[in-house]
Design a protein around this ligand. Structure first.
Ligand code: ZN
Ligand code: ZN
Length: 190
């Protein structure tokens, strides 16, 4: 890594350390992460965290079983990707997960599809993960549906954090903080 890049990474880590009081977006080996849920629990101990592995409609039964048997209570989350999914099914899937003990449901959405799913009922979705360049209209819909917006440490999406914070303040929307960890070096407090 070049010196300049290293300085940027260090500054970024410092920023994240002082701004994040929780990490509610982590992928474990149950989906496409590299860490076991035990390792994440060991790392964070009393620090608030949620393991939010990818779940889709077809794998829902298998994934819920996996989560319930490996992730401790109080830390059981899931992330649903909207890509290719029927938007009317998203809330059905979120409800399915909630009824079986998944405590926090994130939706990962790409901008071209956001209007589709946000126009649907989403009573059981808690967080819109790294929403990117969200519009005023989308933000207002989130505030009505009590969907939190995520502030992310993922450098792919973090350039929108300030924009998201501003909209959240304007419309009284809750924020959720997450690293979107897939590999161990992405966890906080390294
Ligand atoms: Zn992933
Ligand atoms: Zn994710």
């Amino acid at each position: 890594m070049k010196l300049f890049e290293r300085i940027l990474v260090t500054l970024y880590r410092l920023f994240v350390r002082y701004n994040f009081q929780e990490d509610y977006h982590i992928h474990s080996i149950l989906s496409d992460g590299e860490l076991w849920p035990d390792e994440i629990a060991e790392h964070y101990k009393d620090f608030p965290y949620m393991i939010t592995d990818h779940v889709n409609w077809n794998k829902r039964t298998k994934m819920v079983k996996r989560i319930l048997s490996s992730v401790p209570k109080g830390h059981r989350g899931a992330e649903i990707h909207t890509s290719g999914a029927d938007p009317s099914r998203l809330d059905k899937l979120a409800l399915y997960l909630k009824e079986r003990g998944i405590e926090r449901v994130l939706v990962h959405s790409f901008n071209k599809e956001t209007d589709d799913w946000i126009a649907h009922e989403s009573k059981h979705i808690d967080v819109w993960a790294h929403p990117g360049e969200i519009t005023e209209i989308q933000a207002i819909a989130c505030s009505r549906k009590f969907i939190k917006l995520e502030i992310t440490a993922n450098p792919k999406h973090s350039r929108w954090n300030r924009h998201i914070k501003r909209l959240a303040e304007r419309y009284g929307i809750g924020l959720s903080y997450g690293t979107d960890t897939h590999i161990s070096s992405q966890l906080l407090h390294q």
